[in-house]
Design a protein around this ligand. Structure first.
Ligand code: S3P
Length: 432
């Protein structure tokens, strides 16, 4: 068992917003200045791809300057675009690239090349794109020159910001208006940010073809999806108090914070401001008492889609049985997150029942053990946190992908008083 966690964390730049800022500034006319961008494996993949397409990107300390392409992508990238582990990067750039006058191939690592791409290939094909996936509907994606794109009204079957953003970005290069609706609102950063980069939206979640992006100065807030790890740890560990500074509080992203509060954590938002497109605040979590189980409302799932592995870990320490349903999307993330978390939690002595779209988790004591994060950053960090409250040490294998979203994770946790070690072979565990 670890000791109390105390202090402040500067959470890393928001990953979703960083991808968009890099892509929008690279497409724009003029020179943008971006502050607070996340520097991680995922955003480096996007940044490299934008440079391959001709954008000039210069990083000076905290600030990044991008001279954009002026809305016209004149030449094909040198070689294919390697998007690493990032679903956001490949799906958003597929939208950008399918309306251009050159062919491109987009690919990723083993995990990304297993993830479903028909969800973007289908709407882009409806718009007139010539885009091909493998027979299994996965990347590599080959984008060929087409006769031109036509705007569509697309009713996405999935609440997915990646699908929505992909179609809207293709819509910028299509004729007429493109509009996307979805079964539930997914994160809305694209809709908030496009107007900042000069795009007039003619209606909700709509763009008019031919709109040109213009350079902007833009500040990326801290990533609530990273901040939740130290905050959740504070909620689980007696005597803890952790503050995550200037963190994004977009209503489409705060489902986990609401759950944590409902489970009994003492949560307070201070210095709540709205400096740009996103609400931001300092989030303070103080240990209250043992957390109570929760029945996660299905309607909240899109607002905490990336935080569900962490909720499973937290639920494993809470009193009672927690219930998650309506989360089948977790099976097609960086890993099958339901399967990876179920096997990790079982290895630490947790009783649970796995369902096709969720899990019931009985809270109790956590034993030490060895678990496999299967190369999934969020599962790795969620399981590593359990090492802080376990009766023995917890070793997480295949945890090196933490660097895709939160390279400073173990350093931040240790600064607050935890005891974690990232070994060169990618192991993450509390040192005994
Ligand atoms: C993201 C959207 C979400 C999320 C991912 C980032 C984005 O995926 O899981 O980590 O930046 O648009 P879906 O939109 O596919 O649910």
């Amino acid at each position: 068992m670890g000791s109390a966690l105390l202090g402040e964390v500067d959470s890393p730049g928001d990953k979703s917003i960083s991808h968009r800022a890099l892509i929008f500034a690279s497409l724009a006319e003029g020179r943008s200045e971006l502050s607070g961008l996340l520097e991680s494996e995922d955003t480096l993949a996007t940044s490299r791809a934008c440079e391959q397409l001709g954008a000039k990107i210069e990083r000076r300390g905290e600030r990044t300057f991008i001279s954009g392409l002026g809305g016209v992508l004149k030449r094909p990238p040198t070689g294919f675009l390697e998007m690493g582990n990032s679903g956001t990067a490949i799906r958003l750039l597929a939208g950008v690239l399918c309306g251009q006058g050159f062919s491109t191939t987009l690919s990723g690592d083993t995990s990304l090349n297993r993830r479903p791409m028909r969800r973007v290939v289908e709407p882009l094909t409806l718009m007139g794109a010539d885009i091909r996936s493998t027979g299994q509907g996965t990347a590599p994606l080959v984008v060929n020159v087409c006769a031109g794109l036509t705007g569509i009204e697309y009713a996405s079957p999935v609440a997915s910001a990646q699908i929505k953003s992909c179609v809207l970005l293709a819509g910028l290069f299509a004729s007429g208006v493109t509009r996307v609706t979805e079964p539930r609102l997914s994160r809305d950063h694209t809709e908030r940010m496009l107007p900042v980069f000069g795009v007039d939206m003619p209606g909700p979640c709509s763009v008019t073809g031919g709109s040109r992006l213009k350079a902007a100065d833009f500040t990326v807030p801290g990533d609530v999806s990273s901040a939740v790890f130290p905050l959740a740890a504070a909620a689980m560990m007696t005597g803890s108090k952790v503050i995550s500074l200037q963190t994004g509080l977009n209503p489409t992203r705060v489902g986990f914070l609401r759950c944590l509060e409902e489970m009994g954590a003492q949560l307070e938002i201070v210095k709540h401001t709205f400096p740009g497109t996103e609400p931001v605040g300092d989030i303070q979590v103080t240990f209250n008492d043992r957390l109570q189980a929760i029945d996660v409302p299905e309607t909240r799932v899109p607002e905490m889609i990336d935080e569900l592995p962490l909720l499973m870990a937290v639920a494993a320490t809470a009193e009672g049985v927690s219930r998650i349903r309506g989360a089948a999307e977790l099976r097609v993330k960086e890993s099958d997150r339901l399967a990876v978390m179920a096997s990790g939690l079982r290895a630490l002595g947790v009783e649970l029942v796995e369902y096709p779209d969720g899990m019931d988790i009985k809270g109790g004591s956590i034993s030490g053990g060895c678990v496999d994060a299967a190369g999934d950053h969020r599962c790795a960090m969620s399981l590593a946190l359990l090492g802080l409250v376990a009766t023995g040490s917890v070793k997480v294998d295949n945890a090196e992908y933490i660097a895709t979203s939160y390279p400073e994770f173990s350093a931040d946790m240790n600064r607050l008083g935890a005891s974690m070690r990232m070994d060169t072979d990618g192991l993450q565990r509390p040192a005994s």
